[in-house]
Write a protein that binds this ligand. Sequence first.
Ligand SMILES: [Zn+2]
Ligand SMILES: [Zn+2]
Length: 301
Amino acid sequence: MTRVFLGAVGAFQKANLHTHTTRSDGAKTPEETVGVYREAGYDVLAITDHWKLSRTEMVGRAGGGQTAHGMLCLGGIEFDTPQDEGSATTHIVALGIEDARGYDGLPPADIIHKVHFEGGLAIVAHPHWSLMSEAGLLALAHADAFEIYNGLSFDTHRGDASALIDGMIARGASPRLCACDDTHFFTHDVGVCYTMIDAPDNREGSVMDALRAGRFYASQGPRFERVALEDGVLEVRCCGAEYALFLSAVPWVPGRRVVLAAGVASYSPLPEEAFIRVVIVDEAGRCASTGSLDVRQGGSA
Ligand SMILES: [Zn+2]
Ligand SMILES: [Zn+2]
């Protein structure tokens, strides 16, 4: 039996799902921002200013149409909560909601519940930059995605939340993972990392359906083409990478690092490895990561 986690439809849409403009603390207007990402060849851009909701129709108009010269412009917002006693804060990016009222003062878990109630998607942004704990992240396991890589935070070496994410997975969570620039146009925060959405086209319905179904991955550069489980063997096809890592909640496993041959690597999970996070790495050390994949017999793609 074959279970395809990524690459079933044969097309991926390149997306930046977390972007700021002059509507909050970004340095470029929505129109300029749309232009930058369109020029960079993106298929999807979400404008997500702090506490300022952009609606898809509005962003699309700013960019010259909902699919501005072929790029889908999604509306969104970024909420944040006050620092707790451990001095962590929580930032949540919401996509697909129509009303931003009623979120102020809610704890982060309830922000996510409310976003879902309103029919939207919630992303936990930059967990490492926010100094979140594993326990704090586990309390938000109902989020639709966690930003494992955050472009802006690489400036302060807090852009990579892999250790926190692996801690969550080791404690039983199976998060879906995305990567975003968190663009402000402060420094080098454009095109640093992105989310690849496994959707046949970049129409809003196709993109939101794929995000809801977990058909996406996070990247700083390398690309997955297909990830599938066949007769107990996990096979990865990719490009732009040197080796693959098959990570799980088991600390030591032989053969977890596999050098790619013609862009292909395979791994047979041990019976005690219920979930695998596949990472591919290029020669510059840039990574791409799947979410935590359920590789148990009878698990779901
Ligand atoms: Zn933030
Ligand atoms: Zn942000």
